[in-house]
Design a binder for this molecule. Structure first.
Ligand code: AMP
Length: 311
């Protein structure tokens, strides 16, 4: 998630940014904090920015753009970021657009905390009085006079950004004078709605992505090819099976024929052996049949002839 929090100094951008960081596991990129760190470290940027900041003026665009360009490229910003105090001028916003486009990144929302400047001044006067009473150190730009100057700078240089992002359809306004939790809830609703819209718009995007990606189209083609191949292979297999069946039938027919022939041969053999067995029996029994009936007339004549010969 990549967000911009817009609003004049003291509007509560830092407080809301910290809550967004915790909720969405993103980083807070505050150019004010980075510049203060540079001032404290005495870097060339810090040395250049110090007096400008103390006066409540804006540091040159190229300085803050260079800081942000370096920061959004760092690994911890990969998951997203909330920009707090940047951009502060239209040229900074244009530079940010370019930086994001170069990295193929997009902003999810620009949230403007709308506040009453008069109340802000009163708030800072109360805070300064309380801190002074407690003996706490004050930031050089943390006094009503400097705040008035910063508010003037905001009106002149930063307020036009609302129109810049509104024209892009990205601007969402929140009542920054509401209690902190209510502001957080309002931001949550904006981002929740954004997430829901993103989910809905993901469907057609997914479709077009599938269309655009030849890699996605490949499996469909491959599937069709496989199907075609399958049909071809099935046809081939069926043809092969029919051929085999025909061959088997032919073989079976031949076997049937051979069996018939063998049975015939066997039957003939059996008949032959039966015939010879009968013949042998006949010779043994003298032509008498097993029943003893035979041909009695002929036997009797033969015996008579034998008897006549003997006498
Ligand atoms: P902040 O803490 O955001 O209010 O910033 C403190 C001071 O740092 C501002 O008054 C400016 O002098 C300087 N500063 C922070 N951010 C920017 C920026 N984006 N452009 C120019 N100056 C900035």
């Amino acid at each position: 998630m990549r967000l911009i929090l817009l609003g004049p100094p003291g509007a509560g951008k830092g407080t809301q940014a910290l809550r967004l960081v915790a909720k969405h596991r993103i980083v807070q990129l505050s150019t004010g904090d980075m510049l203060r760190a540079a001032v404290a470290a005495g870097t060339p940027v810090g040395l250049r920015a110090k007096s400008i900041m103390d006066a409540g003026q804006l540091v040159p665009d190229e300085v803050v753009v260079a800081i942000i360009a370096d920061r959004i490229g760092q690994p911890d910003a990969k998951n997203g970021f909330v920009l707090d105090g940047f951009p502060r001028t239209v040229p900074q916003a244009e530079a940010l657009d370019k930086l994001l486009a170069e990295r193929g990144l997009k902003l999810d929302a620009v949230i403007e905390l709308k506040v009453d400047e008069g109340i802000l001044v009163k708030r800072i006067e109360t805070r300064v009085a309380e801190m002074t009473a407690r003996g706490e150190p004050l930031r050089k730009d943390d006094n009503p006079e400097v705040l008035k100057g910063r508010l003037a700078a905001y009106r002149a240089q930063t307020a036009p950004l609302a129109g810049y992002y509104d024209a892009k359809g990205m601007l969402k306004g929140v009542d920054g004078m509401a209690p902190i939790d209510d502001v957080t809830a309002a931001i949550g609703r904006i981002l929740g709605g954004k997430a829901a819209a993103k989910k809905v718009s993901k469907k057609p995007a997914g479709k077009s992505a599938a269309k655009a990606k030849p890699v996605k189209a490949k499996p469909t083609k491959a599937k069709a090819k496989t199907k075609k191949d399958d049909t071809k292979a099935a046809k081939k297999a069926a043809k092969k099976a029919a051929k085999a069946a025909k061959k088997a039938a032919k073989k079976a027919e031949a076997a049937k024929k051979a069996a018939k022939k063998a049975a015939k041969k066997l039957a003939a053999k059996a008949a032959k052996s039966a015939k010879s067995a009968k013949k042998a029996k006949k010779a043994k029994t003298g032509g008498k049949s097993r029943s003893g009936k035979g041909k009695p007339g002929r036997v009797k004549a033969k015996a008579r002839r034998r008897l006549t010969k003997a006498s």
